[in-house]
Ligand binder design. Structure first.
Ligand code: PMV
Length: 361
């Protein structure tokens, strides 16, 4: 499937009354990391993620009648307040997809959105924000023009559109585990949109992810800037090769239920992501002393207890602690007693493998 397979519709009669749709869409955590892009938001390497459950964005999009055609007109409300900075980003995104949705220049838009998780908590809010908005765009288009797509075509189109907002967002459209980027391991995998990977062994189906918040501050270097630095990175070629192999090996581990390989690859990917940041031109470091303390502790606790725990990191200092359904109680004890050291602060968010987006209006 390519973008030319999607019809680009224009209104022939001006809209006479408001039309609204709403979606809830989750964030995801990458296990094989997308880092570096080219062209129109195409990945340099394949990535593989787990869709989360509790961390999601609710988005309501309303198309309103408009007098005359022009640039995209957007009124954005984030958690009940107008937010000019976020509004500008979303306006730029919507303007950039008017080739796919020409009708966006013929209506006024109202976008109301809220997250279930705190800002900068180490959860990719762009993934849930752009996936929920893309679903709303596809649903609104379907209502305005009576377009009927199969469930699969609809999700792939929404994934394609979400990718243009934030690469990682295209992986949030599906339940469980998702791949974005061509891979020898999966014939349907594409650089244009993500696809679900359903052949997962039961041990991975209820994988847990506890996010340990080390720091909530805005990161000093954005993901977009980090992606740019991969273009001329001295290790780019080796990284692409490694990500391709890690994708193949991780898919195999997910299929066969191989926890040891899963842990090895997931931690290798987290370390690689942050090493690439540190070794890029004008290198930067997003890990903090507390990040390093907790990573060392997780590896030590795994050795000592034999529990199948491991960590991953996003582009930030916060830790994602991954563990299995049958070890929840033991791991929870380790988190409370060793990792958080009985700290009473609210520094953890408990999440788990999720079922994907839900239409809520
Ligand atoms: O989707 P972006 O442009 O915010 O990039 C996300 C990059 C990582 O979160 C670091 C890795 C990933 O694959 O999600």
């Amino acid at each position: 499937m390519s973008i030319s397979d999607f019809s680009a519709s224009r209104l022939t009669i001006p809209l006479s009354e408001p039309v609204s749709v709403a979606w809830q869409s989750p964030s995801n955590i990458a296990l094989v990391k997308y880092w570096g892009k080219t062209g129109r938001q195409l990945p340099l390497n394949p990535s593989l993620s787990m869709t989360l459950s509790e961390a999601y964005t609710e988005t309501k999009l309303t198309a309103l009648p408009r007098e005359s055609e022009g640039m995209v007109e957007l009124d954005l409300w984030f958690e009940g307040s107008q937010n000019p900075l976020f509004g500008d980003r979303m306006q730029r995104f919507l303007q950039s997809v008017t080739d796919i949705f020409p009708w966006l220049t013929q209506v006024s838009l109202k976008l109301e959105t809220r997250n279930t998780f705190p800002h900068s908590a180490g959860i990719a809010s762009s993934a849930s924000a752009f996936s929920s908005l893309s679903l709303c765009l596809c649903s609104l288009e379907a209502e305005l023009f009576g377009i009927i797509l199969t469930e699969e075509e609809f999700r792939l189109k929404a994934s394609y559109v979400a990718r243009l907002g934030s690469g990682s967002a295209c992986r949030s459209l599906f339940p469980g585990f998702t791949i974005w980027g061509r891979s020898k391991a999966l014939s349907g995998a594409s650089d244009l949109f993500a696809v679900p990977f359903a052949e997962v062994h039961p041990v991975f189906r209820n994988l847990h992810d506890t996010i340990i918040i080390v720091n909530r501050e805005q990161k000093p270097v954005s993901s977009s800037e980090g992606h740019n630095r991969m273009i001329s990175h001295p290790f780019a070629e080796a990284r692409i090769k490694q990500a391709k192999k890690n994708t193949i090996d991780l898919l195999d581990a997910l299929k066969t239920g191989n926890k040891k390989t899963f842990i090895r690859i997931v931690e290798n990917e987290a370390f690689t992501l942050h090493s690439l940041m540190m070794t890029s031109d004008q290198g930067f470091m997003l890990m903090q002393p507390e990040t390093v303390r907790i990573i060392s502790l997780i590896q030590e606790l795994r050795r000592k207890t034999g529990l199948d725990i491991c960590f991953t990191l996003d582009a930030g200092p916060n830790i994602h602690l991954l563990y299995f359904e049958d070890q929840i109680e033991q791991v929870n004890k380790l988190i409370v007693e060793h990792i958080l050291k009985n700290d009473k602060q609210n520094v953890r968010i408990d999440d788990y493998c999720g079922e994907g987006p839900v239409k809520i209006g």
